[in-house]
Each structure stands twice: as C-alpha cells, then as structure tokens.
Design a binder for this molecule. Sequence first.
Ligand code: GDP
Ligand code: MG
Length: 425
Amino acid sequence: KKLKFGKSKPNRYVLVTLATIGCGKTTTSVGLANLFPELIEHIQNDNIQSPGKDKLVLAALEVLSRKPVVIMDKNNHKTVERKQIFDGFQRLNSTIPKSKLKFICLNFLQKPPKGDTELWNITKERVYNRGDSHQSIKVEKDGIGNAEKIMRGFISRFQPLNTSVEPDCNFDYIVELDAHQENSSLENMKKIVTALQNYIEDLDLKTPSETDYLKAFEKAKLYKPTFSKKISATKRKPVYFAIDVPQKEIIMNLLSTFNIDFFNRLIKGRRVQQDFHVTLVHSAMRKQNDMKRECWDTYSNIFKSDISSFADTKINIPQNKRCLLSGEYSADIKLEKVVWDSKVMCIQVKIVGFHLREKPVGLPCGIDFSHLTIGTIDKSFPPVLSGVMLKHLYGSDEKEKSKIQEIKLSEEIVFTRLPLYVFMN
Ligand code: GDP
Ligand code: MG
C-alpha cells in the first residue's frame, strides 16, 4: 500500500543492503546517488577504518540531517548486523520522529548464496576484475586466493532475510534485487527507483531516461575508492622483530662529531633511516637453520599471546605496521663501533640483556652481528647490507675487509629498557 506523509515533516529513508561480496552493492548505490544527488547519499562500511558498531549508523544519521535518503552499503549478511542497525538507530536517533524513519531492505539475494555456483562465478569474476579498486580487498596485491577466502567466509556465514521474525520484521519495505545477470546493477538501479516511486509519496523521484540510467551505471562502474583500509594485525604477517632505539638524535649528534664523509652524504641525500632499530630476527631467517627458526618462533609466540589478549580485552587490535610488543619486554644495548663502506653505514651493538618487567630474561637473537643501520647511500641498497658488511669485517676475505672502515667507540654508551616491537607487512 502507498504511504502518505506530510510535506512539512517528510520521512527519512534508510536503505539497507543485504548481500555478499561482488553483488554490486557499491555500484548500484553509487549509480543511484549519481542519478539523484540531491535526494540520495551513499555511505559504506568499507570507508570506516576501525570497526565500531555505531559508526555507520552515526554517518547515516548525519546524512539524514541533510537528505531524505541514505544507502547503508554493507553486506549485512548476518542477522546480528541487521539488528545492530535497528538498535543503533533506536539508541542514537534523537532528531527524527520514530514514525518518520523508514527502513527499506535492498535484498540482493533471492536464494541462499551457498551452492549457488552461478552467483559464485559472476561475483568472483567481478571481484577479480575490480583488482585493487577496493578499500581492503586488493586482488592485484594479495592475489585472488585471499579474496576468494574472504568471499567464501561471507557466503558461509550468510543468514537470509526472514521478515516474520526479529530483526528483519523491522523493515518497512523490501526491494527484491538480483545479482546474476551481466548488467544486474543497472537493472537493480531501475528496480529500486521504481519501487521507491511506488512506495514513497513524499519524495519527488523523477523517472530517469534510459540514457540517464546508462550514464549513471557506466560512471558507477568506474568508481574507485579514495580511501584505503588497513588490514588489522590478525591479518597482517610479522616481517621482523626488533629493539626500538628512540635515541636517534643522540646517535646522530655522536656520529657528526667524527665528520665522516659518507655520513655527511647520507644526510645530504636524506638516506638516514626513519626510525633506528636493532633487528632481532627476520622472517626470511626462518629457513636458514633450526636455531633461527626457534628464535623466530619465540618472538612470534610472544606476539601471538599479545594479539589474543588484545582480542580478550577488546582493546584495539593494532592497525599499524609497527606494533610494540606488550610493554613488559625490553632490552639494553651498548654501542660498540661505527662501521661503513661505500654503500651502507651501521653501528655494531652489543645486546647487554633482556628484561621481562624488572627481571632479567633470556631471549634469543637471530642476527650474527647485532647492529643498528644508519642508512644506505641509494634506495637500491637494502639495509640488510649492514649484516653482509659486518660478516665481511669479521671474515677472512682480505679484499672485502679492505673496503670497510670502522671507528671504535671509546666511551661507554648504553641505552637501557628499550622496547621491543614487531614490524608487519
Ligand atoms: P560490492 O562488493 O557488492 O560492493 O560490489 P561492487 O559494486 O564493488 O562490484 C564489484 C565489481 O563488479 C566492480 O568492479 C564493479 O564495477 C563491477 N560491477 C558491479 N555491477 C556490475 C554489473 O552490473 N555489470 C558488470 N559488468 N560489472 C559490474
Ligand atoms: Mg562495495
């Protein structure tokens, strides 16, 4: 039946998508917003960096203070997510009278996606072609295997719409869509406009011409997000563990007293490392021998217990590439000598000891000659050249040795209680 509402206090419409990945939620939504920029605005979960159940609802309410229609673009594939939306509006909406707030479901799936090979093929193909043009699923960077795993997860968790029970009974209206055909998003745009025209009286939705539709659809297909979502640490992989050395300024001052030409060139060329650290073990070392593998496992177990405690206490799972191990581990180091050749400069250090809280603790180091890289002269030289240089310095190849220079540090320079961190890709 057609609903009637007053003109002075028009309704507000929340369009909620229900789908899996690649069904064309974003394309359909962007297309509609292209057609009716004054009336419809699109917000998407993928543009929200850290999970927080109210964020999308708050964004929707902000839109509704300006426009009558908002599309909440998210898979909403589980009933609990739909419930979160209704609950969120209930709690957070203080401006729109409840009777004026209407929820419309955009139901992209007419049958459960599990076992629907036709849907799987079309959505997989689309996600594949989308490439890296997505906030967090980067097919070119991370491979289609990763994307398929994420897609399968959504499909297996999917809970279909059931309007006879909570929470789906709270929808005022359902628009039935489909994602199976070649131009499904174009068809879906038309279906939504027609449905809204039939259902809503207080919105002046002019019927777009075929060309308008096509233009909006083509433009929507070219949509590229400007925002890139960082993946949480649980999906990140550790690359190396290291001792953080925040005394960069002290070290730079010390080095400048020697007036080493190579050091001056590093500064001029802006080739000094951003953050100073002493690597303890690198993931690439795991394959070298059992001892290094064990060393890697030791640190990764510390980190894993960190992650699980993050999850337990609901503290933010770290989003950064660089993440301190739980503050209780630390290391003391002593600076021994400055070493450089024509490519790289480092300070060889001695790890004096590790601590767990205030107690000394034995922790391994997978690096043969511990050091802190100051910088390499060209970006084509990786910092790992420090280790290669030190191996030569203590090796028997006289020719290699002759290329290396060193200055022993006579003063005792010790930094204590330095935090340990993990660097992730
Ligand atoms: P979402 O994950 O549900 O938001 O899906 P997207 O809207 O991002 O669509 C996935 C990919 O398929 C994108 O690269 C779109 O450009 C493309 N796409 C979306 N709808 C259609 C359609 O109807 N036809 C074609 N050929 N491609 C589409
Ligand atoms: Mg999307």
